[in-house]
Design a binder for this molecule. Structure first.
Ligand SMILES: [Zn+2]
Length: 212
């Protein structure tokens, strides 16, 4: 498994972790997936989708849980999102797979939920599409989280992120992962090939593929 793009919604992406809903999960050979209920999709009933997620979470090609998270600007009221996010957290602990997290203006409840989850320290968490400032980044890094950078990011934050916590992604954009690598490498002042190696190794560690 050689994943460089840690989060995409394009189901034909190569070397990528394809994020999709348990309702439409239809795995293709050689592809890897993260399954979750996006916080934007919390305005509709999601109980059945979560049951489906629970049933699929141990699938061989499902190697992460998410995209899940909290969005203060979209979706159901935050307490509803929070309850669902906690269910994802517990599921990730149960199946021992990492979490891909979306968070907009809800860092405190996110961290609180994380700390309150039993066995959370055995599961890795990546904040995808991270565009926050250095202070937020520092808090998240201190919690042990990975930060995933896509086509848009805060260059100062990128520079302050430890190289072993950095992941790359394309999300739903039309930018290719190769272009993201080139842009991020330029901001970091490193070569695209060295960044490629670093980000791939980080993805491997994050996804637990470095373990025997
Ligand atoms: Zn996404």
């Amino acid at each position: 498994m050689n994943i460089i793009d840690i989060h995409t919604h394009h189901d034909t992406a190569q070397q990528a972790l394809i994020s999709t809903s348990p309702d439409i999960f239809s795995p293709k050979e050689g592809c890897y997936y993260s399954l979750g209920i996006h916080p934007w999709n919390t305005l509709e009933p999601f109980e059945l989708s979560f049951d489906r997620l629970h049933a699929l979470a141990r699938h061989r090609q499902v190697i992460a849980i998410g995209e899940t998270g909290l969005d203060a600007l979209r979706g159901a009221p935050l307490d509803v999102q929070l309850a669902l996010f906690k269910q994802h957290l517990e599921l990730a602990c149960e199946v021992n797979k990492p979490l891909i997290v979306h968070c907009v203006k809800a860092w405190q409840p996110l961290i609180k939920a994380w700390r309150e989850t039993v066995a959370h320290d055995q599961v890795k968490m990546a904040i995808h599409g991270f565009r926050g400032n250095i202070n937020v980044a520092q808090t998240l890094i201190n919690e042990g989280f990975y930060l995933s950078f896509g086509p848009k990011y805060n260059p100062e934050t990128l520079l302050a992120t430890p190289s072993n916590r950095l992941l790359l992604e394309t999300d739903d954009s039309t930018t290719t992962i190769e272009d993201v690598v080139v842009t991020v490498a330029k901001s970091l002042g490193v070569t695209p090939s060295s960044l490629m190696v670093q980000a791939t190794n980080n993805a491997r560690t994050f996804l637990g593929c470095d373990k025997p």
